[in-house]
Design a protein around this ligand. Structure first.
Ligand code: KIV
Ligand code: ZN
Length: 498
């Protein structure tokens, strides 16, 4: 019987810290339920003291989810721990995740403290959290750059104080796989009482080594891994759940397995990408669009003769089904409902009726409706409360002529119109918006992404606009790419602090 590795998913905490990827509580519940179906052991649901939104999300996720442990993050501060305990009150299985920086730069510059004082604060936080819950995880922030001997002293002290899980984050993504593995082994060999706690990995991908470091940690004794769907996370992201799960599934010799239902990996990846408006790079391992696409002649020839020539994973094992029913204008409500269910999206009959209506309109414009199209339609009501809405847009453009755009905006019920010329259709349309919304805003980033293949496809647009010293992120999706761009721009403006 294989040994068991616990999967701690932090998509909703570390993953959600990515600027522009914030989810509302309803979306977080949707992701949490999908993570439960996927089979994760622990869901880190938020950092309750950081905002009322995070506090509320931890409460609602605790109510919505049954099997996984719900975890809430804190600093080594009593107030944080009080608030986390309150947020976890409905969780059936609960964990407080508390900790403090242990590397010399953290001790000196962040806390202006000493090594001894940091140990005292760590111990006090763990003891305080144990007054509320049985399951307390301690993180030694920047453990990747913490000297092993001192780290072992910290870990020994917190286990003695009652920590049940000890998290060894490579916060800056600095470690080499051998170095990180050796760190875990050092703790296994030198910490008294290490058998009373589970060692957890938490690796960031700044040097592209998050998954390699995580696996090295597991090979050296860690039995929990902290991961996110699609590897989302600040900067270069966190370790990707799907990569760890499939490495262990493919390398049977490691003889360690997880509770992950791998067939739910792809739908979960699509859901998170769609809700966070965060495209998955096409060559991303396991879930990228090209992960199973054999394009070279030699590979295609081999795969046609026998898939084992070039394929180490059957795409069906991660939930990619080439034979999945493609929805068209003739598909009924039941087919749409079933597809949404497979993608992990449940909705009321009223909302389903509305999505079906939009689905038929889209199906009139394009032949085959893909999973991505459906997820965009399911999330289309995200903008209903926006006070600025695009009413119409007309653009003329071509080669050798300046583009002209005219558009109408509805701002809190009032109608405004403007027209402008520009260096291309998007430039003209944005200049027209700026004539109505007279603010000093600068477009900083503009990404257009066609969802899959055909020229009739729905295009997604991501934008970043700087206003009043702040960066705002917007998203638009439309079969008309100019309209999607204007929608993304307006989405940014709707988020400006008034
Ligand atoms: O990367 C890190 O150190 C963290 C901790 C807060 C667990 O995310
Ligand atoms: Zn982190």
């Amino acid at each position: 019987m294989s040994e068991r590795l616990f999967i701690f998913d932090t998509t909703l905490r570390d993953g959600e810290q990515v600027p522009g990827c914030q989810l509302n509580t309803v979306e977080k519940i949707q992701v949490a339920k999908q993570l439960e179906a996927l089979g994760v052991d622990v869901i880190e649901a938020g950092f309750p003291v950081s905002s009322p939104g995070d506090f509320n999300s931890v409460i609602e996720i605790s109510k919505a989810v049954t099997w996984p442990t719900i975890c809430a993050l804190t600093r080594a501060v009593q107030k944080d721990i009080d608030v986390a305990a309150e947020a976890l009150k409905y969780a059936k299985h609960k964990r407080i995740h508390t900790g403090i920086g242990t590397s010399d730069p953290h001790i000196k510059y962040k806390f202006n403290s000493t090594r001894e004082e940091i140990i005292e604060r760590a111990v006090a936080a763990v003891k305080y959290a144990r007054r509320y819950v049985e399951d307390v995880e301690f993180y030694a922030e920047d453990a990747g750059r913490t000297e092993n001997e001192y780290l072992a002293r910290v870990i020994e002290a917190v286990i003695k104080a009652g920590a049940t899980v000890v998290n060894i984050p490579d916060t800056t993504g600095y470690c080499l796989p051998d170095e990180y593995g050796a760190k875990i082994k050092y703790l296994m060999d030198h910490v008294d009482g290490i058998d009373r706690a589970v060692i957890s990995t938490h690796c960031h991908n700044d040097l592209g080594m998050a998954t390699a470091n995580t696996i090295s940690g597991v090979l050296n004794g860690a039995r929990q891994v902290e991961v996110t769907i699609n590897g989302v996370g600040e900067r270069a992201g966190n370790t990707a759940l799907e990569e760890v799960a499939m490495i262990l599934r493919c390398h049977k010799g490691i003889d360690i397995d997880t509770n992950i239902n791998t067939q739910k990996i792809y739908p979960t990846s699509r859901m998170v990408s769609s809700l966070m408006n965060m495209p998955v790079q096409p060559n991303k391992a396991i879930v990228g669009r090209n992960a199973f696409a054999h394009s070279s002649g030699i590979h295609q020839d081999g795969v046609l003769k026998n898939v084992q020539t070039y394929e180490i994973i059957n795409p069906k094992d991660v939930g990619i089904d080439d034979n999945a029913i493609v929805l068209t204008a003739r598909s009924g409500r039941a087919a749409l409902k079933h597809r949404l269910h497979v993608l992990g999206v449940e909705m009321t009959q009223e909302k389903l009726d509305k999505v079906y209506e939009d689905f038929l309109k889209l199906a009139d414009k394009k032949k085959d409706i893909t999973d991505d199209d459906i997820l965009v339609l399911a999330g289309a009501d995200r903008n209903v409360n926006h006070h600025i809405k695009l009413e119409y847009l007309q653009v003329t453009s071509g080669v050798g002529v300046r583009s002209v755009a005219s558009l109408g905006l509805n701002i809190s019920g009032e109608h405004f119109e403007a027209a402008a010329t520009g260096n291309g259709p998007v430039d003209a349309a944005i200049k027209a918006v700026k004539q109505i919304i007279k603010r000093q805003m600068t477009l900083k980033e503009f990404t257009i992404q066609a969802i899959s293949k055909g020229s009739d496809d729905v295009g997604k647009v991501h934008m970043q606009v700087e206003y009043d010293g702040q960066m705002y992120y917007g998203f638009g999706a439309n079969t008309d790419i100019i309209a999607a761009s204007v929608e993304a721009y307006i989405d940014c403006i709707n988020k400006f602090r008034k």
